[in-house]
Design a binder for this molecule. Structure first.
Ligand code: THU
Length: 139
């Protein structure tokens, strides 16, 4: 799947964002190594801390269905409605840590987009240098 196709799916996922408290609506589209795409949106909560980010929603959907191998993720977020957002929505630290659990830091690509034409691509290593992951716990 191309970067642009994945961004398009992230915008579709964003339509389901449940963000009545922040108004910051996020969508993510996570492509597995087999080419399957899991979409996720942020899901807020009146208790605030149970809120789940769009990226983790996508990851947890995939892992809960048995997938542990991922290729790339596209993320779009912002207060505006529609298929253009004001800024790049970089993943939060908790989501980066979840990516660290399942993804190869040098290969996994994180696409942050304002629109289908305007986006940037990073590796997980670039966004989480010297991250702590499963390898650190190997004997
Ligand atoms: N949010 C995400 O969905 N992903 C991120 O990586 C950063 C933040 C959501 C959580 C919350 O619903 C809203 O954006 C404002 O923080």
């Amino acid at each position: 799947m191309t970067e642009q196709e994945l961004i398009k799916q992230a915008f579709q996922a964003r339509e389901f964002s449940y963000a009545p408290y922040s108004g910051f609506r996020v969508g993510a589209a996570l492509e597995t190594s087999d080419g399957v795409v899991y979409e996720g949106c942020n899901i807020e909560n009146a208790g605030y801390s149970p809120t789940n980010c769009a990226e983790r929603t996508a990851f947890f959907k995939a892992v809960s269905e048995g997938c542990h191998n991922f290729h790339k993720i596209a993320i779009v977020g912002g207060k505006e409605k529609g298929d253009v957002v004001a800024d790049y929505a970089a993943p939060c630290g908790v989501c980066r840590q979840v990516m660290m659990e399942f993804c190869n830091t040098k290969d996994f690509q994180i696409i942050v987009a304002k629109s289908i034409e305007d986006y940037q691509v990073f590796t997980l290593e670039e966004l989480l240098p010297m991250g702590f992951g499963p390898d650190n716990l190997k004997m």
